[in-house]
Design a binder for this molecule. Structure first.
Ligand code: C2E
Ligand code: CA
Ligand code: CA
Ligand code: CA
Length: 278
Protein backbone atom coordinates (compact mmCIF):
# COMPACT_ATOMS: atom_id res chain seq x y z
CA UNK A 1 0.00 0.00 0.00
CA UNK A 2 0.88 3.68 0.03
CA UNK A 3 2.63 3.26 3.35
CA UNK A 4 6.22 3.06 2.09
CA UNK A 5 5.79 5.93 -0.30
CA UNK A 6 6.14 8.32 2.57
CA UNK A 7 9.76 7.35 2.89
CA UNK A 8 10.67 7.74 -0.75
CA UNK A 9 8.61 10.59 -2.15
CA UNK A 10 10.47 13.68 -1.13
CA UNK A 11 8.80 17.07 -1.44
CA UNK A 12 6.29 15.95 -4.00
CA UNK A 13 3.53 18.49 -3.93
CA UNK A 14 0.26 16.64 -4.49
CA UNK A 15 -1.70 19.84 -5.02
CA UNK A 16 0.36 21.13 -7.93
CA UNK A 17 1.70 17.74 -9.10
CA UNK A 18 5.23 19.03 -9.28
CA UNK A 19 8.21 18.98 -7.05
CA UNK A 20 8.43 22.27 -5.28
CA UNK A 21 11.89 23.82 -5.31
CA UNK A 22 11.17 25.69 -2.11
CA UNK A 23 10.12 22.55 -0.29
CA UNK A 24 13.23 20.74 -1.44
CA UNK A 25 15.45 23.53 -0.17
CA UNK A 26 13.61 23.62 3.13
CA UNK A 27 13.81 19.85 3.57
CA UNK A 28 17.54 19.91 2.85
CA UNK A 29 18.05 22.59 5.45
CA UNK A 30 15.83 20.75 7.90
CA UNK A 31 17.95 17.63 7.72
CA UNK A 32 20.91 19.82 8.54
CA UNK A 33 19.02 21.61 11.33
CA UNK A 34 19.16 18.61 13.64
CA UNK A 35 22.96 18.35 13.46
CA UNK A 36 23.38 22.13 13.55
CA UNK A 37 21.44 22.31 16.83
CA UNK A 38 18.80 24.67 15.42
CA UNK A 39 15.75 22.86 16.80
CA UNK A 40 14.17 23.72 20.13
CA UNK A 41 11.33 22.36 22.19
CA UNK A 42 9.02 24.71 24.02
CA UNK A 43 6.89 23.33 26.82
CA UNK A 44 3.25 24.22 27.41
CA UNK A 45 1.86 23.52 30.92
CA UNK A 46 -1.12 21.21 31.44
CA UNK A 47 -3.24 21.78 34.56
CA UNK A 48 -5.50 19.43 36.46
CA UNK A 49 -8.83 21.25 36.57
CA UNK A 50 -9.81 19.76 39.94
CA UNK A 51 -7.09 21.59 41.87
CA UNK A 52 -5.12 23.70 39.35
CA UNK A 53 -2.01 21.61 39.89
CA UNK A 54 0.59 21.21 37.16
CA UNK A 55 0.47 17.66 35.76
CA UNK A 56 2.46 17.83 32.59
CA UNK A 57 3.79 19.69 29.59
CA UNK A 58 3.47 19.32 25.84
CA UNK A 59 6.75 19.61 23.97
CA UNK A 60 6.30 21.74 20.85
CA UNK A 61 9.02 22.07 18.25
CA UNK A 62 10.46 25.32 16.92
CA UNK A 63 13.18 25.84 14.35
CA UNK A 64 15.65 28.64 15.04
CA UNK A 65 16.71 29.26 11.47
CA UNK A 66 19.92 31.32 11.15
CA UNK A 67 18.42 33.59 8.44
CA UNK A 68 14.66 33.15 8.59
CA UNK A 69 14.37 33.39 12.36
CA UNK A 70 12.00 31.32 14.47
CA UNK A 71 9.95 29.00 12.23
CA UNK A 72 6.77 27.53 13.78
CA UNK A 73 6.11 23.79 13.34
CA UNK A 74 3.12 24.31 11.01
CA UNK A 75 5.65 25.58 8.45
CA UNK A 76 7.94 22.55 8.40
CA UNK A 77 6.32 19.51 10.07
CA UNK A 78 3.82 18.90 7.23
CA UNK A 79 6.69 18.94 4.68
CA UNK A 80 8.83 16.75 6.91
CA UNK A 81 5.95 14.28 7.10
CA UNK A 82 6.19 13.75 3.34
CA UNK A 83 9.65 12.25 3.77
CA UNK A 84 11.62 10.18 6.24
CA UNK A 85 12.95 13.39 7.82
CA UNK A 86 9.97 13.30 10.17
CA UNK A 87 11.43 10.19 11.79
CA UNK A 88 14.68 12.02 12.53
CA UNK A 89 12.76 14.94 14.00
CA UNK A 90 10.71 12.61 16.20
CA UNK A 91 13.77 10.78 17.51
CA UNK A 92 15.40 14.14 18.23
CA UNK A 93 12.27 15.40 20.03
CA UNK A 94 11.98 12.21 22.08
CA UNK A 95 15.62 12.39 23.15
CA UNK A 96 15.49 16.02 23.95
CA UNK A 97 12.18 15.86 25.92
CA UNK A 98 13.26 12.76 27.84
CA UNK A 99 16.60 14.35 28.78
CA UNK A 100 14.79 17.52 29.84
CA UNK A 101 12.17 15.75 31.95
CA UNK A 102 14.81 13.60 33.58
CA UNK A 103 16.53 16.83 34.72
CA UNK A 104 13.22 18.31 35.93
CA UNK A 105 12.54 15.13 37.89
CA UNK A 106 15.41 16.13 40.17
CA UNK A 107 13.59 19.38 41.02
CA UNK A 108 11.04 19.55 43.81
CA UNK A 109 7.42 19.06 42.76
CA UNK A 110 8.33 18.18 39.19
CA UNK A 111 9.02 14.46 39.47
CA UNK A 112 5.41 13.52 38.66
CA UNK A 113 5.20 15.58 35.47
CA UNK A 114 4.41 13.85 32.23
CA UNK A 115 6.16 15.25 29.21
CA UNK A 116 4.16 14.82 25.99
CA UNK A 117 5.82 14.40 22.60
CA UNK A 118 3.94 14.61 19.30
CA UNK A 119 4.30 11.51 17.17
CA UNK A 120 3.55 11.19 13.46
CA UNK A 121 1.83 8.14 12.01
CA UNK A 122 4.94 7.55 9.88
CA UNK A 123 6.86 6.97 13.08
CA UNK A 124 4.51 4.16 14.05
CA UNK A 125 5.19 2.51 10.68
CA UNK A 126 8.97 2.40 11.20
CA UNK A 127 9.86 -1.14 12.27
CA UNK A 128 11.18 -1.17 15.81
CA UNK A 129 9.83 2.26 16.69
CA UNK A 130 8.67 1.08 20.10
CA UNK A 131 12.22 -0.13 20.85
CA UNK A 132 13.60 3.30 19.95
CA UNK A 133 11.18 4.92 22.41
CA UNK A 134 11.96 2.49 25.22
CA UNK A 135 15.72 2.72 24.64
CA UNK A 136 15.52 6.51 24.70
CA UNK A 137 13.77 6.33 28.09
CA UNK A 138 16.36 3.94 29.41
CA UNK A 139 19.31 6.00 28.16
CA UNK A 140 17.72 9.14 29.58
CA UNK A 141 17.10 7.37 32.88
CA UNK A 142 13.44 8.40 32.91
CA UNK A 143 10.47 6.36 34.13
CA UNK A 144 8.31 5.21 31.21
CA UNK A 145 5.29 6.66 33.02
CA UNK A 146 6.78 10.15 32.70
CA UNK A 147 6.42 10.04 28.92
CA UNK A 148 3.23 10.66 27.01
CA UNK A 149 2.89 10.30 23.24
CA UNK A 150 0.30 12.35 21.37
CA UNK A 151 -0.90 10.79 18.13
CA UNK A 152 -3.52 12.41 15.91
CA UNK A 153 -6.74 10.60 15.35
CA UNK A 154 -6.72 10.84 11.55
CA UNK A 155 -3.14 9.57 11.45
CA UNK A 156 -4.02 6.42 13.37
CA UNK A 157 -6.63 5.48 10.84
CA UNK A 158 -4.09 5.18 8.01
CA UNK A 159 -3.02 1.78 9.25
CA UNK A 160 -5.08 0.88 12.25
CA UNK A 161 -3.67 -2.62 12.74
CA UNK A 162 -0.04 -1.46 12.88
CA UNK A 163 -0.96 1.56 15.00
CA UNK A 164 -2.79 -0.60 17.55
CA UNK A 165 0.09 -3.08 17.67
CA UNK A 166 2.82 -0.48 18.25
CA UNK A 167 0.78 1.57 20.72
CA UNK A 168 -0.12 -1.56 22.69
CA UNK A 169 3.55 -2.44 23.09
CA UNK A 170 4.27 1.06 24.34
CA UNK A 171 1.31 1.31 26.69
CA UNK A 172 2.14 -2.20 27.92
CA UNK A 173 5.51 -0.75 28.95
CA UNK A 174 3.71 2.06 30.83
CA UNK A 175 4.16 4.85 28.27
CA UNK A 176 1.02 7.02 28.15
CA UNK A 177 -0.82 7.28 24.84
CA UNK A 178 -3.16 10.16 23.98
CA UNK A 179 -5.28 10.82 20.92
CA UNK A 180 -4.65 14.35 19.68
CA UNK A 181 -7.09 16.62 17.80
CA UNK A 182 -9.98 14.42 18.86
CA UNK A 183 -13.15 15.06 16.89
CA UNK A 184 -11.47 16.23 13.67
CA UNK A 185 -10.58 12.89 12.08
CA UNK A 186 -12.67 10.18 10.56
CA UNK A 187 -12.25 7.62 13.26
CA UNK A 188 -14.96 5.16 13.85
CA UNK A 189 -15.92 4.99 17.49
CA UNK A 190 -15.13 1.28 17.60
CA UNK A 191 -11.42 2.06 17.23
CA UNK A 192 -11.48 4.17 20.35
CA UNK A 193 -12.08 1.03 22.34
CA UNK A 194 -9.37 -0.88 20.44
CA UNK A 195 -6.62 1.66 21.04
CA UNK A 196 -4.72 1.57 24.33
CA UNK A 197 -5.25 5.24 25.00
CA UNK A 198 -5.18 6.87 28.41
CA UNK A 199 -6.57 10.19 27.25
CA UNK A 200 -8.19 12.10 24.41
CA UNK A 201 -7.33 15.70 23.59
CA UNK A 202 -10.40 17.60 22.45
CA UNK A 203 -9.44 19.66 19.43
CA UNK A 204 -9.11 23.36 20.07
CA UNK A 205 -11.65 24.25 17.37
CA UNK A 206 -14.43 22.91 19.63
CA UNK A 207 -13.03 24.72 22.64
CA UNK A 208 -12.81 28.04 20.74
CA UNK A 209 -16.49 27.84 19.74
CA UNK A 210 -17.81 26.33 22.96
CA UNK A 211 -18.75 29.54 24.79
CA UNK A 212 -20.89 30.88 21.96
CA UNK A 213 -22.07 27.74 20.20
CA UNK A 214 -24.37 25.23 21.89
CA UNK A 215 -23.53 22.54 19.32
CA UNK A 216 -19.80 22.67 20.08
CA UNK A 217 -20.55 22.65 23.79
CA UNK A 218 -22.66 19.53 23.41
CA UNK A 219 -19.94 17.81 21.37
CA UNK A 220 -17.42 18.57 24.11
CA UNK A 221 -19.82 17.30 26.78
CA UNK A 222 -20.50 14.12 24.80
CA UNK A 223 -16.78 13.51 24.21
CA UNK A 224 -16.13 13.87 27.95
CA UNK A 225 -18.88 11.36 28.72
CA UNK A 226 -17.69 8.91 26.08
CA UNK A 227 -14.05 9.10 27.20
CA UNK A 228 -14.93 8.69 30.85
CA UNK A 229 -17.15 5.71 30.14
CA UNK A 230 -14.14 4.09 28.43
CA UNK A 231 -11.90 4.90 31.40
CA UNK A 232 -9.99 7.64 29.59
CA UNK A 233 -9.10 11.12 30.74
CA UNK A 234 -9.98 14.25 28.81
CA UNK A 235 -7.59 17.06 27.98
CA UNK A 236 -8.95 20.27 26.47
CA UNK A 237 -6.51 22.31 24.39
CA UNK A 238 -6.82 25.89 23.17
CA UNK A 239 -8.20 27.15 26.48
CA UNK A 240 -7.79 30.89 25.96
CA UNK A 241 -10.27 32.40 28.40
CA UNK A 242 -11.32 32.16 32.01
CA UNK A 243 -14.85 31.50 30.76
CA UNK A 244 -13.72 28.39 28.86
CA UNK A 245 -11.57 27.29 31.74
CA UNK A 246 -14.40 27.28 34.29
CA UNK A 247 -16.89 25.91 31.78
CA UNK A 248 -14.63 22.91 31.11
CA UNK A 249 -14.09 22.35 34.83
CA UNK A 250 -17.85 22.41 35.41
CA UNK A 251 -18.35 19.95 32.55
CA UNK A 252 -16.03 17.43 34.21
CA UNK A 253 -13.06 17.81 31.86
CA UNK A 254 -9.88 16.56 33.59
CA UNK A 255 -7.00 18.59 32.21
CA UNK A 256 -6.68 21.97 30.48
CA UNK A 257 -3.99 23.48 28.27
CA UNK A 258 -4.02 26.85 26.55
CA UNK A 259 -2.96 30.49 26.49
CA UNK A 260 -5.20 31.28 29.48
CA UNK A 261 -2.92 29.08 31.55
CA UNK A 262 0.33 29.69 29.70
CA UNK A 263 1.84 29.95 26.26
CA UNK A 264 4.46 27.32 25.40
CA UNK A 265 7.61 28.24 27.37
CA UNK A 266 11.30 27.94 26.53
CA UNK A 267 12.75 25.11 28.62
CA UNK A 268 14.66 27.44 30.98
CA UNK A 269 11.45 29.37 31.76
CA UNK A 270 9.31 26.31 32.43
CA UNK A 271 10.35 25.59 36.04
CA UNK A 272 9.39 29.17 36.94
CA UNK A 273 5.79 28.65 35.80
CA UNK A 274 3.02 29.13 38.31
CA UNK A 275 -0.67 29.49 37.54
CA UNK A 276 -2.10 32.87 38.51
CA UNK A 277 -5.84 32.72 38.17
CA UNK A 278 -7.15 36.22 37.45
P1 C2E B 1 -0.93 20.40 18.26
O1 C2E B 1 -0.23 19.14 18.64
O2 C2E B 1 -2.41 20.36 18.16
O3 C2E B 1 -0.42 21.50 19.31
C1 C2E B 1 -1.22 22.53 19.81
C2 C2E B 1 -0.92 23.84 19.12
O4 C2E B 1 -1.82 24.84 19.61
C3 C2E B 1 0.46 24.41 19.39
O5 C2E B 1 0.86 25.13 18.24
C4 C2E B 1 0.21 25.37 20.54
O6 C2E B 1 1.18 26.38 20.68
C5 C2E B 1 -1.12 25.93 20.13
N1 C2E B 1 -1.88 26.43 21.29
C6 C2E B 1 -1.80 26.06 22.57
N2 C2E B 1 -2.69 26.72 23.34
C7 C2E B 1 -3.36 27.54 22.50
C8 C2E B 1 -4.41 28.51 22.70
O7 C2E B 1 -4.93 28.73 23.80
N3 C2E B 1 -4.84 29.17 21.58
C9 C2E B 1 -4.30 28.96 20.35
N4 C2E B 1 -4.78 29.67 19.31
N5 C2E B 1 -3.31 28.04 20.13
C10 C2E B 1 -2.85 27.36 21.20
P2 C2E B 1 2.31 24.96 17.61
O8 C2E B 1 3.35 24.88 18.69
O9 C2E B 1 2.47 26.01 16.57
O10 C2E B 1 2.23 23.53 16.92
C11 C2E B 1 1.38 23.31 15.82
C12 C2E B 1 1.33 21.85 15.45
O11 C2E B 1 2.59 21.40 14.96
C13 C2E B 1 1.00 20.93 16.62
O12 C2E B 1 -0.38 20.92 16.84
C14 C2E B 1 1.52 19.61 16.09
O13 C2E B 1 0.58 19.02 15.23
C15 C2E B 1 2.73 20.03 15.30
N6 C2E B 1 3.94 19.83 16.11
C16 C2E B 1 4.53 20.67 17.00
N7 C2E B 1 5.65 20.11 17.52
C17 C2E B 1 5.76 18.88 16.96
C18 C2E B 1 6.71 17.79 17.08
O14 C2E B 1 7.69 17.83 17.85
N8 C2E B 1 6.47 16.69 16.31
C19 C2E B 1 5.39 16.60 15.46
N9 C2E B 1 5.24 15.46 14.74
N10 C2E B 1 4.49 17.58 15.33
C20 C2E B 1 4.67 18.71 16.07
CA1 CA C 1 -0.31 17.71 20.28
CA1 CA D 1 -3.95 19.08 19.17
CA1 CA E 1 -3.29 20.28 15.64
Amino acid sequence: RARNQHHHVVAYDHASHKVSRDNLALLGELRNAVGADQLRLHYQPKLLLADNSLVGAEALMRWEHPERGMIPPDQFIPQAEKSSIINELTVWALRSAVTQQSQWCAMRGMEQLKVAVNISVHDLMVPGFHDVVLQTLEQGNLDNGNLELEVTESALMEDIATSVDVLKRLSGANVIISIDDFGTGYSSLKYLDLLPTAAIKIDQSFVFRMARDAGSRQIVQAAIGLAHSLGMRVIAEGVETEENYSMLRDMGCDIAQGFFISRPLASEKFPGFSFQQQ
